[in-house]
Design a protein around this ligand. Structure first.
Ligand SMILES: NC(=O)C1=CN([C@@H]2O[C@H](COP(=O)(O)OP(=O)(O)OC[C@H]3O[C@@H](n4cnc5c(N)ncnc54)[C@H](OP(=O)(O)O)[C@@H]3O)[C@@H](O)[C@H]2O)C=CC1
Ligand SMILES: CCCCCCCCCCCCCCCC(=O)[C@@H](N)CO
Length: 312
C-alpha cells in the first residue's frame, strides 16, 4: 500500500475549483515538492481563478496535449475542464493525461454538494443534480481509475450523513451512502489498491455557505453537533490521518462517534482511528444511547412540524 506523501505525486483532484478540493490543491502545490496537480471541474472560470489564487500568477495553465512537467523539482498546477458526471468526458480526461505521460498516483474524488430542503419542495432538477454531482462523478472517475491507474491511491469523499441520514438531506445522503457501499466493494475487488474514504462533518466551503441558504432550521438543529471548521483545518486533519495509515476518516468527534454506531459488515479490510474501541463503544451505544437519542430526535422533528403547521 502506498504511504501517503505530499511529495513526488501526480494528483488528480475532482472538484478542485473550490472548497476542500481547492484547499488540497493548495497544499500539494505549496507545501509539497515535485508534484503535478491537476484540478478538475466543470467551470473553466472557477478553475482558472483557483489556479491563479494558488500559484499567485496572473495566468493559469490548462492541461493540453504535449504538456510537460517541470524538471527542477518544483510542483506544477494545471486545470482540466470536465463534467465528471459524463462518462465520455472522463474517458477523454484519461486519454489527455495519458498523452502527457501522466499516471496519477493519488485521485481525490472531492466533487459533491447538497441542496438541502424537504423532499416535496425540491425540483426534479435538484434530484437529478444530487445523483450526478455526488454519485456519477465518483463512480465514473473511480471506474476509469481502477481500469487505467491500478496503483493510484483513491480518496473518496462521503459525509457523516452516510452514518445517519436525517431530515432535509434527501437529495444528498442516499448518494453519500452509495459511495460508502461502492468503497466497500472496491476494497474487496481491488485489494492491491489503497482506497480511503473520508466522512467529513461540516466545514466552511463555498458549497457550505450556499447550502445553508436553503437548509431547513430542523436540519441545522440536528447537525449542530458538527460545528463547521475551516477548510484548511479539515484538510490538515485528513492528511494527518492518511499519513498515519487510516483509511476510514472522520473530521470531528461526532463523526467518529457516529462511525462507532455503524461498525457492521461494511467495516472490512480497513481501519479507522481507535477501531477496537469503536466496536465496543458502538455495541454499548447502540443498546443504550442510540434509542434515547432517537426519541429526542423524533420529538425535535415533531415539534418542528407542529410549529410549521401553526405558521401556515
Ligand atoms: N462542506 C461540508 O460541510 C461538507 C462537504 N462534504 C463533501 O466534501 C466534498 C467537498 O465539499 P465542498 O468543498 O464543500 O464542496 P463545494 O460545493 O464547495 O465544491 C464542489 C466542487 O465540485 C465540483 N463539481 C460539482 N459537480 C461536478 C461535476 N459534475 N464534474 C466535475 N466537478 C464537479 C465543483 O466545481 P464546478 O462547479 O466548477 O464544477 C466544485 O469544485 C463534497 O463531496 C461534499 O459533498 C461532506 C461533508 C460536509
Ligand atoms: C447517540 C447519537 C447522537 C447523534 C447526534 C447526531 C448529530 C448528527 C451530526 C451530523 C452532522 C452531519 C455533517 C455533514 C453535513 C454535510 O454533509 C453537509 N454539510 C453537506 O455539504
Amino acid at each position: 500500500m502506498p504511504k501517503f506523501s505530499l511529495n513526488n505525486q501526480v494528483i488528480v483532484i475532482a472538484g478542485g475549483s473550490q472548497g476542500l478540493g481547492k484547499e488540497f490543491a493548495r497544499k500539494f502545490f505549496q507545501e509539497g515538492s515535485n508534484n503535478t496537480v491537476v484540478v478538475v471541474s466543470r467551470s473553466r472560470t472557477k478553475l482558472q481563478k483557483a489556479v491563479c489564487d494558488i500559484t499567485g500568477e496572473k495566468e493559469s495553465l490548462e492541461l493540453t496535449n504535449g504538456f510537460r512537467t517541470t524538471t527542477n523539482g518544483a510542483s506544477s498546477l494545471v486545470y482540466a475542464v470536465c463534467d465528471l458526471a459524463e462518462y465520455e468526458q472522463v474517458e477523454k480526461l484519461q486519454e489527455l493525461l495519458e498523452s502527457c505521460s501522466l499516471v496519477p498516483t493519488i485521485v481525490k474524488l472531492c466533487a459533491g454538494g447538497s441542496t438541502p430542503g424537504l423532499f416535496k419542495d425540491l425540483k426534479g432538477h435538484d434530484l437529478e443534480l444530487g445523483v450526478k454531482v455526488n454519485y456519477m462523478t465518483c463512480v465514473n472517475l473511480a471506474h476509469v481509475a481502477v481500469r487505467h491507474w491500478p496503483c493510484a491511491h483513491l480518496v473518496f469523499f462521503s459525509s457523516e450523513v452516510a452514518f445517519f441520514p436525517f431530515i432535509g438531506y434527501s437529495q444528498y445522503a442516499p448518494l453519500k451512502q452509495s459511495i460508502k457501499a461502492l468503497v466497500a466493494i472496491l476494497r474487496q475487488e481491488c485489494p492491491q489498491q489503497r482506497i480511503s474514504c473520508v466522512y467529513p462533518g461540516n466545514f466552511d466551503s463555498e458549497g457550505y455557505v450556499l447550502e445553508n441558504q436553503t437548509k431547513p432550521s430542523i436540519t441545522k438543529e440536528i447537525e449542530g453537533a458538527s460545528d463547521a471548521i475551516p477548510c484548511e483545518e479539515c484538510s490538515n486533519r485528513i492528511v494527518r490521518f492518511l499519513k498515519w495509515g487510516y483509511d476510514d476518516i472522520t473530521t470531528d468527534f461526532i463523526g467518529w462517534f457516529l462511525m462507532c454506531t455503524d461498525m457492521g459488515l461494511n467495516k472490512q479490510n480497513n481501519v479507522s482511528i481507535g477501531w477496537p474501541l469503536q466496536w465496543v463503544l458502538g455495541v454499548i451505544c447502540n443498546l443504550i444511547v442510540v434509542p434515547i437519542y432517537m426519541l429526542i430526535c423524533k420529538f425535535q422533528i415533531r415539534s418542528w412540524h407542529k410549529a410549521l403547521e401553526k405558521q401556515a
